[in-house]
Design a protein. Structure first.
Lengths: 640, 264
């Protein structure tokens, strides 16, 4: 169903000039009037932090909300490897157009050309801005910025700060926020969770939050709402996301009318520390940058009993180098993950669970010396040793794919506005730039692009072009939204069931990983949908939430999040079932070549699937935004 | 990876306190079936899951990324912030560092400037207040100069990065007999003082941040170096030294005269 609501508002004209044209045509709010507007920013990661700081600098009143005790802890902080920028400092053939092309191709031709081109254009401004803010990026002895390579590209365009790039960028955005808190332009609300969106006259006008310490529900009114709440990878229970990362803000906005786009597009990152027990709470990523120097391999024969360091080269299968000679160990994430799965499925996996492959630094250490390797990856090697108890300088790391990022998210137009006017969605929470697979070092770039350089223009245009009535939190819509939240809380407390919230979350995660993970099939997806529906029913009969609402009640927080994950999980499976093709991170077993590569169906699926919520009892409606490629030719991705 | 056999028994003595104003006390718990491959927080998850199933209130503790970078976890374990393993946060501390039968005492951060919220959770918003006083470079979003316009020697960038690695967990404050935040604050002042971009605001930054630090009831530094010993990011005392130099320099040389800008 093609919907008029899905007008992507992409400006006409030449791809290279669209953004400049759009900026010029966007209406402005004059400096004296900006202080009359209040903007709610939910989430303070790279997207939310940069948006909050920048809008406050422009003169808007910003109310910013974060789930942690301080905005500096948002999960952008955990990004390790780096941020892309098309600076071409290395003189190796990079350009805005090449970054655009790599990102479109990496996303397997399922993203919007105009958005991706804009992303590549502003990538350079981001690097400049972050350096100006004091981010200590890695440098050469001559004082110039250093770069490294990431998967899916043949140039070195990734800027990095040791293995802590996300942390340093986030602290940059956070420091900008703190500056504006000090100036009184940002009011910071920490330890708050958004529980519902308030829509008045078809405009997003506020939110209901829970104060996580006192348990109190609060109402906040504004002229526009920005969701910068990250991805929903924790629907899998085990992922590289932080414990508090969740879908609740996005999902409840979806229930108020925001369409959810391509929810099945999930990124499974190839290099994570493997699962080691039932009690495990999360998975830890080992940066993709390690694949610059580490070589991925498995033993050639099943049942290999020798220690990895004792296995000679002739008995090792460096399978990425063998299958993809031109990209080798730097094949994109979806491709590398799937190949690791195949090796383990073939019985060639290593370690106690046989669900791991080796990432070996032996040759790099021999070539460059242990000190050079330590300079590049020392902190990652230490982290690995702390978790696993083995020394990667002496024995290869063991890695396995894990859920890491969600390309899907709330549908937005070119202005980052959802299908609810006034509700804008930034960063990982939206769907727009990465198609069916995100390239490494592009998440940080997109979060900051949206917050620093896109939303300041498009939000001003929204505020200047729309009539926004004066209302207060006494409006009926606030009362209704608050009582919806309270009703759900009361229901949860009243169940007094026998199973913990985590039991349900783990059961959901199992369905998601087995059937909606790296390889999907019609039968498996149908099984997942039936299973998740049943699980949802059981949840609302048998979950146990101890305590009361008016206190610091972590089980209540988790119960609400898992309730939403159960609904999202079903939609992800449905989206995957309806998309009869393989593309990027979405791999349907029915659609593959004889050597296991993805087969896209451009004729029928070169589109965005945007789902409309139609109530608890009714099936969601699938809308379609056709993707038009005018500047790149659709081709089969090849990294061989 | 050692073979994950859940075979350890751990005896915990955990500080329980319902709210900031309630009276607190130690409560004993026995946790069976602890695997050496579990993280310290996963051991708490197992205990909390048991408490929930018994209908008891789980132990509140702060945690988020569980990979040692967000700085949210914060337990005083056997009197040591984050448990005392060099360069390690509580979430990265693994049970293989303990023996079956060990008794472990777990308390919240205790400092005047970090009021208790519940059980092991404290309020560290004073750290945000210190950064608000000057822990930034005022570079408005827009047309920043080209990123390579300023050459910064690798050694300087590396040293700035050492300081910037601070995760704001508060272990330094909790470990300091004076409850001082000089390592936290010194790390930020030092990072920005090392970089050319940080120069224009350097004196103002040092004066305002130190003033705010003192107003927030953090104590002074008397060179115990407990902060350096427990910092999970191994940030060194030299950053406190650089802060002191910046502060002293600013005290003698920096004066802000308020002048009207005049109508144009």
């Amino acid at each position: 169903m093609t919907s008029s609501k899905l007008d992507n508002k992409v400006p006409s004209g030449d791809l290279y000039a669209k953004w400049d044209k759009h900026k010029f045509e966007s209406k402005l709010v004059n400096p004296a009037n900006k202080r009359k507007f209040t903007v709610i920013v939910v989430g303070t990661g790279l997207a939310g932090g940069s948006a909050a700081a920048t809008l406050a600098e422009l003169g808007y009143n910003v109310h910013a909300f974060c789930i942690q005790d301080t905005p500096r802890r948002a999960h952008s902080i955990a990004a390790q490897g780096g941020i892309n920028g098309a600076k071409n400092y290395q003189n190796d053939g990079d350009s805005i157009k090449r970054l655009f092309y790599d990102t479109i191709k990496g996303g397997d031709y399922r993203s919007r050309e105009a958005n991706v081109y804009r992303l590549a254009q502003v990538s350079n401004n981001i690097i400049d801005q972050m350096v100006a803010q004091g981010v200590p990026f890695a440098r050469e002895y001559g004082g110039l910025l250093d770069n490294r390579s990431f998967g899916g590209s043949q140039v070195s365009r990734t800027f990095y700060a040791r293995g802590q790039t996300g942390q340093q960028l986030l602290l940059g955005a956070y420091s900008g926020m703190m500056k504006m808190v000090n100036k009184g332009k940002i009011k910071m609300f920490s330890r708050r969770e958004m529980m519902d969106l308030v829509v008045v006259n078809n405009q997003a006008r506020g939110i209901i939050t829970r104060n996580l310490v006192t348990g109190e529900l609060e109402r906040h009114v504004a002229d526009a709402v920005l969701l910068c709440t990250g991805g929903y990878g924790n629907v899998f229970f085990l992922s590289t996301n932080a414990m508090a990362s969740n879908v609740t803000a996005a999902w409840r906005s979806h229930k108020r009318g925001a369409y959810m786009a391509n929810p099945c597009f999930t990124q499974i990152h190839p290099t994570c520390i493997p699962v080691h027990g039932d009690y495990q709470s999360k998975l830890t990523l080992m940066s993709e940058s390690l694949r610059n120097d580490g070589r991925v391999w498995v033993p050639k024969k099943q049942g290999e009993t020798r220690k990895p360091e004792d296995i000679p080269d002739e008995d090792r299968d460096y399978y990425l180098e063998r299958i993809y000679p031109s990209f080798g160990n730097l094949a994109p994430r979806d491709v590398s993950s799937r190949q690791a799965k195949y090796r383990c499925d073939e019985g060639l996996g290593v370690g106690s669970t046989k669900m791991a492959v080796y990432l070996d630094f032996r040759d790099a250490i021999k070539r460059d010396g242990a000190n050079t390797i330590a300079g590049k990856y020392g902190n990652l090697f230490e982290m690995y040793e702390r978790i696993v108890g083995e020394d990667p300088y002496k024995t290869p790391m063991m890695i396995y794919p894990a859920v890491h990022y969600t390309m899907g998210g709330l549908w937005v137009d070119y202005n980052l506005q959802s299908t609810i006017p006034g509700l804008h969605v930034l960063g990982e929470a939206n769907f727009s730039d990465h198609g069916a697979n995100r390239l490494g070092a592009s998440a940080l770039m997109q979060g900051l692009a949206d917050g620093y350089f896109v939303i300041p223009y498009t939000l001003s245009n929204y505020l200047a072009s729309n009539k926004i009535d004066k209302i207060t939190t006494d409006h009926d819509a606030f009362k209704e939204a608050e009582s919806r939240v309270k009703l759900a809380d009361d229901k949860l407390f009243g169940l007094k069931g026998k199973r913990s919230v985590d039991d349900f979350h783990k059961a959901l995660g199992h369905y998601m990983w087995e059937e909606v993970g790296m390889a999907r099939s019609e039968a498996g997806l149908k099984k997942a949908i039936t299973g998740i529906r049943k699980l949802k029913e059981e949840f609302w009969q048998d979950v146990n939430v101890p305590g009361v609402a008016g206190e610091y009640n972590f089980e209540l927080h988790k119960a609400n999040r898992v309730a939403d994950f159960l609904e999202l999980g079903e939609l992800m499976a449905l989206d995957a079932l309806e998309r009869n093709e393989s593309c990027g991170g979405h791999f349907r077993e029915e659609y593959q070549t004889s050597d296991g590569e993805a087969v896209r169906n451009d004729e029928n699926f070169c589109h965005v699937a945007a789902w409309e919520w139609s109530g608890e009892k009714a099936a969601p409606i699938r809308h379609v935004e056709e993707l038009k490629f005018e500047n790149v030719q659709l081709a089969t991705r090849s990294y061989k | 990876m050692s073979d994950a056999t859940a075979n350890m028994t751990i005896y915990l003595k955990v500080w329980r306190q319902a709210s900031a104003t309630a009276e607190g006390k130690f409560v004993d718990y026995k946790v069976d079936q602890v695997s050496p491959d579990m993280s310290f927080l996963e051991m708490f998850d197992v205990l909390n899951d048991q408490l929930v199933k018994k209908g008891e209130s789980p132990i509140a503790f702060d945690h988020d990324c569980r990979e040692g970078i967000c700085g949210m976890c914060s337990m005083m374990i056997n009197g040591k912030a984050h448990g005392g393993q060099k360069g390690t946060t509580t979430c990265q501390l693994h049970m293989r560092k303990f023996k079956s039968g060990d008794a472990i005492v777990v308390e919240p951060w205790r400092a005047k400037a970090f009021p208790l919220v519940k059980d092991l959770v404290v309020d560290r918003s004073a750290f945000d207040n210190i950064i608000q006083a000057g822990g930034f470079i005022s570079a408005q979003t827009g047309n920043a100069p080209d990123a390579n316009a300023n050459l910064i020697p690798k050694t300087v960038a590396d040293e700035a990065m050492d300081a910037a690695a601070c995760i704001g967990c508060g272990a330094c404050v909790a470990s300091c007999p004076n409850g001082s935040a000089m390592l936290f604050m010194g790390a930020k002042i030092s990072q920005l003082a090392l970089l050319p971009q940080g120069q224009p605001e350097a004196p103002r930054r040092a004066l305002n941040m130190v003033k705010t630090h003192d107003e927030l009831l953090f104590g002074n530094c008397t060179n115990h170096a407990e902060c350096e010993a427990t910092c999970p990011k191994e940030i060194g005392l030299e950053h406190i030294a650089r802060m002191n130099r910046e502060y002293t320099k600013a005290t003698f040389t920096y004066h802000e005269k308020v002048r009207g800008e005049g109508a144009g």
